[in-house]
Design a protein around this ligand. Sequence first.
Ligand SMILES: CC(C)(COP(=O)(O)OP(=O)(O)OC[C@H]1O[C@@H](n2cnc3c(N)ncnc32)[C@H](O)[C@@H]1OP(=O)(O)O)[C@@H](O)C(=O)NCCC(=O)NCCS
Length: 326
Amino acid sequence: MKGAKIIGTGSYLPEKILTNFDLEKIVDTSDEWIRTRTGIEERHIVADDEAASSLVVNAARKAMEMASIKPQDIDTIICATISPDTPFPSTGCWVGTALGIEGVPAFDVSAACSGFLYGLIVADSLIKAGTAKRILVSGVEILTRITNWTDRTTCVLFGDGAGTVIMEESDDDSGILSSYWGADGSLGDLLIQPAGGSRMPPTHETVDKNLHTIYMKGNEVFKHAVRKMALAAEKVLVKANIKPEEIALFIPHQANIRIIDATIKRFGIPREKTMVTIDKIGNISSATIPISLDWAVREGRIKKGDLVLLDAFGGGFTWGATLMRW
Ligand SMILES: CC(C)(COP(=O)(O)OP(=O)(O)OC[C@H]1O[C@@H](n2cnc3c(N)ncnc32)[C@H](O)[C@@H]1OP(=O)(O)O)[C@@H](O)C(=O)NCCC(=O)NCCS
């Protein structure tokens, strides 16, 4: 059974930048607090006329250019997002139409910050099973539209953006070597957008109470994130019989620099071999890993044959890791 490999990457960040100093004018916070507690310096924020699908389209065009393919060469579209264009149709469907791709399956994956890795694992399985040949996998979020701008404990964390990859069957030993994923809904209330679904439909009251925004018990989430990211990374390394020192580049979800540092400390992966983008983009949930991967590729930090480890944790709770040979 042939594995699946990435043949192109692309990312897109909205033009407008919101700095920590800008946030000092909105809530009772400081650049110093945000930088030292999270590692974030600035984040990008969408323009009024942008939606999740338009961010994906911009990123996907760059990925297709790198892969030297046309939209019509794609036979499946997977979008990981918790901030879709519309509850339905899926963002994947909107992306397909915007790219002029007709008739191919398109759907969204909802696994919060682990969403892109969930999408990648699904894509890998579809290619291995022969169900698909060339898949566009994206992570996209417009979190600033589901942010409570009066809550300083969350509004300083999030940003907007999209990252995409194109996957196809591998013809050599490159591609995904092992993956691991998991979920635990019993802890779902610790990181949640409470209203807007069938459990709590929109009403004037839910809007007035800011219940359509992200609610998070940050310090609880923090502990679980470190534990589960370490578990997921260990599982994929053991499964592929690879030692941490063999990893050329570690690309973790960018939620907090202290979570990243705690995770690499457990594994003995040095900071120089770790992709850190949180200072410039903040937490963009499912988009942080594909954006970071794209930057790494374009900066020449990954070369043919390198072992690359992706690792995420998010709302659900969900977690996952993927090890690939580039
Ligand atoms: C959110 C997070 C940065 C908060 O950092 P923390 O060290 O846990 O901070 P706490 O929530 O314990 O708050 C500490 C103090 O800082 C204050 N504080 C919180 N946000 C603040 C802000 N933006 N500016 C200034 N002070 C702030 C709190 O009110 C609290 O004050 P108190 O001690 O007087 O009550 C951190 O918990 C985190 O990153 N959590 C995980 C996020 C994550 O992994 N998400 C996963 C997937 S998206």
